[in-house]
Design a protein around this ligand. Structure first.
Ligand code: ADP
Ligand code: MG
Length: 255
């Protein structure tokens, strides 16, 4: 593991395969995610995106191949320190319903031995960054809007100032206006923080908004790895072309 605790993390997988019963969730996938870069993982539902993120976090283990963190093979003994280095956000935020927003934010820092004042100070700092009103910190998840829950989920991941963020369809469940607003804020946050970001989405426009590099997956394999213009102008196969075409333009903008 990287000795410099504040350096963004680098991730890689080498020929990883993962099977669930009859389903080959990942088949010999090799990818590198460089430190400090933002990469979007896209693809249809069931293509293996979430499985790949879980492997990178040591939440699951590959049947074959290996996961590398900062160039070293991930071992079970390194999973706890890794989880502290990497913020993980899932769709709907994954908040504990019986804890207030602040209670959710405080969980890991308290475990790490932070005092109350430090926790409050960091929570307020992140509320400003995420444009969350301070009074929302005292509310329970059920008393927050979807967009606010999502922000709190993201803030929770950022509390310990992680070296990387792994986001699994973090904006999937939001209405278009809130989603648009959060996309704008998140992109600014990523640029400000300089962390390694891996963002899963099934929305090509969202992927292109966040990342220069898009990795398109299908049936557990990488079909194309490149920028949006490459996918659009030089699709690797028919599937990529259909995936790009499936983004419907608004009627008045259509040719
Ligand atoms: P995505 O995130 O791209 O939608 P996933 O990585 O969640 O895809 O899933 C890939 C495939 O593996 C799917 O067919 C899914 O049903 C299957 N799968 C994922 N996790 C499990 C699991 N814990 N048990 C059984 N099958 C799973
Ligand atoms: Mg998924």
């Amino acid at each position: 593991m990287n000795a410099d605790a504040s350096a963004p993390a680098a991730f890689a997988v080498e020929k990883v395969s993962k099977r669930y019963g009859r389903v080959q969730a990942l088949h010999e996938v090799s990818l590198a995610f460089e430190a400090g870069t933002t990469v979007a993982l896209i693809g249809s539902s069931g293509s293996g995106k979430s499985t790949l993120l879980r492997l990178l976090l040591g939440l699951e283990w590959p049947d074959q191949g290996r996961v590398l963190i900062d160039g070293q093979t991930l071992q079970p003994s390194q999973v706890l320190p890794l989880r502290r280095r990497v913020g993980y956000v899932i769709q709907d935020g994954g908040l504990f319903p019986h804890l207030t927003a602040l209670g959710n934010l405080a969980l890991l820092p308290r475990h790490l031995g932070w005092d109350k004042q430090r926790i409050h100070q960091r929570a307020e700092e992140l509320a400003a960054l995420a444009h969350l009103p301070l009074e929302a910190l005292q509310r329970y998840p059920a008393e927050l809007s979807g967009g606010q829950r999502q922000r709190v989920g993201l803030m929770r991941a950022l509390m310990p100032d992680p070296d990387a963020l792994l986001l699994d369809e973090p904006l999937g469940a939001l209405d278009p206006i809130v989603r648009h607003e959060l996309q704008t804020q998140l992109k600014r946050i990523f640029a400000q923080l300089g962390k390694t970001v891996i963002l899963v989405t099934h929305d090509l426009a969202e992927a292109a908004w966040f990342a220069e590099r898009l990795v398109l997956m299908r049936r557990g394999a990488v079909v194309q790895d490149g920028c949006y213009a490459e996918l659009r102008d030089r699709p690797a196969d028919e599937f990529v072309a259909r995936f790009v075409e499936a983004q419907r333009p608004l009627p008045e903008a259509a040719p």
